[in-house]
Design a binder for this molecule. Structure first.
Ligand code: PGA
Length: 244
């Protein structure tokens, strides 16, 4: 039986509403393998543009933990649900490194989303300094340890982990297969120790049409979180077709 795989396209701060509409119309023309699900995370401002495209699953790149209030620049889970979001990315390394998010705030965002029934793609990954000093596992475990029992135990929505080595995001560098397997094994072990044994773990960081087949052939890899290669409808669709 063919394993089901998930590709999450993270558009980051690209594609305004008009470009998002054009992307969706083009993307929907592709015939994709049924066992590969493609989700899209546009910027907040383009979420409404995806509402007309009923065949597409989409979500947001972040969420605030509070229900509402004086939090300039933030967006709550209810608004995302109202806009038709199915999931939210939490703890992306760009949020952590460029906007001061930390393990605790990323985990609080994840808890708020999952409690409201939004699936969460929770990103963890080591810096190159952590890898070079042999602290990859410790870094992953520290980030995962912030997740609350409510998040881990929730059956309202799915918790998906994206293993994204920070040095591989946007760089065209990727870990080798053994390094991906080792990181995934350490994530699985940590979660199993918290009573969570069935978790999909994605790989993210410089995924493209040349490396996706090899990466997704790894048994513990449930799919990929894709940045640049998700920006063009043909290249995002191609990633799914390669996995057919
Ligand atoms: P990239 O981004 O595929 O462009 O490296 C991945 C990500 O940030 O999720």
């Amino acid at each position: 039986m063919t394993r089901s795989l998930l590709l999450v396209g993270n558009w980051k701060m690209n594609h305004g509403p008009r470009a998002a509409r054009t992307f969706c119309a083009d993307f929907e023309r592709h015939k994709l393998p049924t066992h590969v699900r493609c989700w899209i995370a546009p910027p907040f401002s383009s979420l409404a543009a995806l509402q007309d495209h009923t065949s597409l699953i989409y979500g947001a790149q972040n969420v605030h933990w509070a229900a509402e209030g004086a939090f300039t620049g933030e967006v709550n889970a209810d608004s995302l649900i109202e806009l038709g979001c199915s999931f939210v990315i939490c703890g992306h390394s760009e949020r952590r490194n460029l906007f001061g998010e930390n393990d605790e705030s990323a985990a609080k965002r994840a808890e708020a989303a999952i409690t409201k029934g939004l699936n969460v793609v929770f990103c963890v990954g080591e810096t190159s300094a952590e890898r070079n000093s042999g602290h990859t596992q410790a870094a992953l475990q520290r980030q995962l340890a912030a997740l609350s029992a409510n998040t881990l135990g929730s059956n309202k929505a799915k918790l998906i982990i994206a293993y994204e080595p920070i040095w591989a995001v946007g760089t065209d560098r990727t870990p080798n297969i053994r390094e991906i397997e080792a990181a995934h094994a350490s994530i699985q072990k940590f979660l199993a120790g918290r009573g969570k044994s069935e978790v999909d773990i994605l790989y993210g960081g410089s995924v493209n049409t040349s490396n996706i087949a090899e990466i997704c052939a790894v048994t513990s890899v449930a799919g990929a979180l894709v940045g640049r290669a998700s920006l063009e409808p043909d290249s995002f669709a191609e990633l799914a077709k390669i996995l057919a």
